[in-house]
Structure formats: C-alpha cells, structure tokens
Design a protein around this ligand. Structure first.
Ligand code: NOJ
Length: 511
C-alpha cells in the first residue's frame, strides 16, 4: 500500500476545461502546471487527470488512439513529464487515467485486428467467426471490416472491447483467459503502465476496471486475477504507485489488488441517498439536503458492510462528483454543499474533489460535446475570475471547448478566495483539518455512535475524534458518550460537557 495514500486528498482535473494557455479554447497540460500552486494552496496533494492521450475524442478521450502519446491539443509528452516533476516539487502526486477495457476504433491494434489476414493483433479484440454471427448479450458491430467476423463493443460504437478472454465459454471463438493472446493483451497493458510510471506518473485511475474478462463469474474472479497479476508488478517495481478503480464493488476490487475503489452513484448505492436522491419518485430525500428528511440508514446499510469487510484491503473513495455525474450544486445550495463536503472529507478512505466543486460550479443544461450527452453539463470551463472567459482562456469566446456559466452570480475562485464564509474557504479549512489529524485520514478507525431513522444528528467516531452532522433545517440534540470540546465547526453548535446542541445545517468535530 503506497504510504502517501493515507493522507491523500485528490483533485480530479478534466483537462479540456481546466486552464488553456495556448489560446485554442481547450485546456492543456501547461495550464495544469500553471495552476499547481492553486491546487496545493487548496490543500490537495494528488491529482487524477482524465485521459489526455491521442484520441479522436468520440468519448472525450476514453477512446484512446495512442496510449503513449499526449493528445496534441493538450501539449506534448515532454509537457506531461514536466507536469510530473513540477507536481512532485510541490508534494503533489499525479494519477493518469488508464483505459484497459477498450481502445478507439482508430487505434493501430484495431486497424490490424480488423484485417482479413491473420496477424499478431487478430485476437487483441473480441471477434466472432463470421460477419453474420453476432455476439449474444453484448453490443457488437458487423459488416464494417474486411475480416469475416463481428467485433464486441465495450461502451460506445467507437470503443471495441480488448480481449482478455471469456471465463465461461459457450462459443468456439471465445478464448480462455489464459490463452496466450489474452495474456498478450494483459502484458500490453502492463507495458503502457510501465511507460508512464517510468516517466514519473504515480499511478492510475482505472476506467471500467471490472470490464476485462467476459462471461466472468459473479465474483469477477477472472478479471480480478488480471489485476492481481498487475498488482504483483506494481508491488515489485512501483511500490509507491497507486491503483484506483472505477468498479464500485470494494469486495471485488479491493480484494483484487486495487488500493482504492470509488463509491460511485451506481443504482442502489448508498451514495445517491446522500446527495442525489432527486431521481427517485416522491421528492428528494437526500440525507444531506436540508429539507430532505433523509434516512441515514439508506446509506449506512449499504456502506457499513462494505467498509467493515474491506477496510484491511484498501480504501473506499468518496467524491464530490465527477465528469460522469451531475455536479452536486444541481440540487444542493452552498450551505448544503459545505455540510456534504464536510462529511465526505471526514469519512475513512481517500476523498476526491472534482475541479470546480470547491466553488460550487453549476451543472449546465447544454448540448452534448464529444460523447458527453447528459454528462456535458458537468464538464464546463473552470471559473477562475472575472477576466476574459472567466480566466479560463484568452481565446475568442465562441471557440471555447464548452460554454461558461452565463449566470451573473457564477461562482469564481477569485471571489470566493476573498470571502471567509465561502464554500471554497470551508473546503480549504476542511482539507487542512484532515491533514492535521491522522484520525480523520484514510486509515483512522470509523464507528457510528449515533444514527436513528429519520433523526438528526448523525454522529461517528474517527479514532479519538467525534464528528457530528446536522444537515437538516431543524435543531438537533444528542448526548455524546463522553465530555468533549469542539475543535472545528460549521454553523452554530453548543457543547456542554456531553450535551451537544446543533443548530440547523451545522457540523462539528470534537475531541
Ligand atoms: C467511464 C468513464 O468515466 C466515462 O467517462 C467513459 O465514457 C466510460 N467509462 C467509457 O470509457
């Protein structure tokens, strides 16, 4: 386990939209370098950068055309190597995004694989034996290549599935996971990882990490075996590099070698019940919404068993939102966001902040861009200040990658930095608090000490500290197990020995 993860607070950067330095309207690596001091000042000590590789951008870069080449619109490989160095000089780690399940249809492996003549890459992707032989249960394309077969897709039409084999085989074109050609796919992935790790990257966020071996068993044991093999390489040669999965099943991912797994907004996950219950009929009952009258057990019943059963294997990662989810600001106001982030930053595991969430950037209802669809509204340019294009770019406004928030009160870093009561300054104080107290960090123990159905506050212990949250619009009272005094608070609380009274929308950490 890389030791730095214990105290890591990540900042996710969508490179298209962070900072443009060459006036083409799209963010770039040099822009990220320019803003490293900002990230450090916020308190984040690690970055996850969405795919920045050469790509036709039909899925915003998750359709990789060349894994070892930075997309020219972001700069060059040299720029990225320089980013690693500049980040390290500031004590910041950098994770790249690894896309192991599919490539772009324009990747050179696929160009070879689709040829009629057999070659080294024929089995790099999943193909049936005939153009009229589809793939039951999986999306596929037929009739597009000279090769007499249909190929499987892993996501969009532009993303053919790489071949790691099939565990439960029913057709003769399905290779077993230990077939030399499937092993070759895994080794090619390791080669890509080594390339970036050798150039100074500190690990990877892994896209659709559970999607490798097809017709896997319910425990994803065969996909897990691929990751265990990769983890062996990491432990041996890159012991300080981190692997973070987009899997959202810590029983499977953390036991397969991942150091962290995201607690995503997947259907049925407790995360939704905290901040985005708005899609359930009958009103928004999110626990962290002030009038949601939410039930903390909808979260705890899901999260606690996951935490208890995997805490010795790795970390569950809470996130403010990401490039695939609506920004939390869509349904929560600033005061609600403060309490929500306070919770995410005081739970165990390794937290992630999505760029712009620290100032409460809005989710915008805008047309799709590069395969974003509903996700596009969370990918708009970072709002730095009130200069041209809100400090994002000097380019003419009409060529910006995506439109800026047109609202007169669109939040900016500049405005919020000078306002002590801003969301930005609250986030900064929360991150500083987490760095100060090891009990609040990834490894600190976690124990629920007060939780009652549809009642507030929610109180938990982190090591020797007690954290109490009252997200509601009602006053809440609780008797703590022992006398304590407040060391950090949001909103109004009073503490008399063991008796804690919390005004609406308040948060406290006591000792
Ligand atoms: C998950 C990524 O987060 C998303 O943005 C992408 O479209 C799909 N995987 C496919 O790679």
């Amino acid at each position: 386990m890389p030791s730095w993860l214990k105290d890591a607070v990540f900042y996710e950067i969508y490179p298209q939209s962070f900072k443009d330095t060459n006036e083409d309207g799209i963010g770039d690596i040099n822009g990220i370098i320019e803003k490293l001091d900002y990230i450090k000042d916020l308190g984040c000590n690690a970055l996850w950068i969405n795919p920045c590789y050469d790509s036709p951008f039909k899925d915003a870069g998750y359709d990789v055309r060349d894994y070892k080449k930075v997309a020219p619109r972001y700069g060059s490989n040299q720029d990225l190597y320089r980013l690693f160095g500049e980040a390290h000089n500031r004590g910041i780690k950098v994770l790249l995004d690894l896309v192991p399940g599919h490539t772009s249809e324009e990747h050179k492996w696929f160009q070879e694989s689709k040829k009629a003549e057999k070659n080294e890459y024929s089995n790099r992707y999943v193909w049936t034996n005939g153009a009229f032989q589809g793939i039951g249960g999986h999306p596929y394309i037929g009739g597009e290549a000279d090769r007499d077969g249909c190929y499987m897709l892993n996501f969009f039409k532009c993303q053919p599935a790489l071949n790691y084999g099939f565990l439960n085989r029913t057709e003769d074109w399905q290779l077993p996971p230990d077939h030399p050609d499937c092993i070759a796919t895994r080794e090619a992935l390791k080669d890509i990882m080594r390339f970036w790790l050798d150039h100074g990257c500190d690990g990877f966020r892994v896209d659709m990490a559970d999607s490798l071996v097809k017709e896997d068993d319910e425990n994803k044991s065969a996909t897990g075996a691929v990751w265990k093999n990769i983890r062996e390489m990491m432990d041996k040669d890159y012991p300080e590099a981190a692997l973070v999965s987009e899997w959202s099943n810590p029983y499977q991912s953390l036991k397969s070698g991942f150091h962290c797994d995201f607690y995503l907004d997947h259907h049925g996950n407790g995360y939704n019940t905290l901040i985005r219950d708005n899609e359930t009929p009958g009103g928004d009952h999110s626990f962290l919404k002030k009038d949601g009258h939410g039930d903390i057990f909808r979260f705890l019943d899901d999260y606690l068993p996951k935490y208890d059963n995997t805490k010795d294997d790795g970390y569950i990662s809470f996130f403010t939102c990401n490039h695939d989810t609506p920004r939390a600001r869509r349904t929560l106001g600033y005061d609600e966001l403060k309490i929500a982030y306070a919770m995410f930053l005081t739970l165990p595991g390794v937290p992630f902040i999505y760029y712009g969430d620290e100032i409460g950037m809005r989710y915008l209802e805008i047309p799709t861009k590069e395969g974003g669809f509903a996700r596009t509204g969370s990918r708009t340019p970072m709002q730095w200040d009130h200069s041209k294009n809100m400090g994002f770019s000097e380019a003419p406004e009409d060529i910006l990658y995506l439109p800026l928030d047109p609202a007169a009160d669109a939040p900016t870093v500049d405005d919020q930095a000078s306002d002590e009561n801003s969301l930005y300054n609250e986030v900064k104080r929360l991150i500083a608090l987490r760095h100060q107290y090891t009990d609040l960090q990834a490894d600190g123990s976690f124990e629920v000490i007060f939780a009652e159905k549809e009642a507030f506050p929610f109180v938990y212990k982190r090591g020797s500290l007690i954290v109490a949250i009252n997200p509601s619009d009602q006053e809440a009272r609780v008797s703590l197990p022992e006398s304590a005094s407040a060391l950090f608070q949001i909103g109004d609380i009073s503490l008399n020995g063991k008796e804690l009274t919390m005004k609406p929308q308040s948060f406290v950490v006591c000792k």
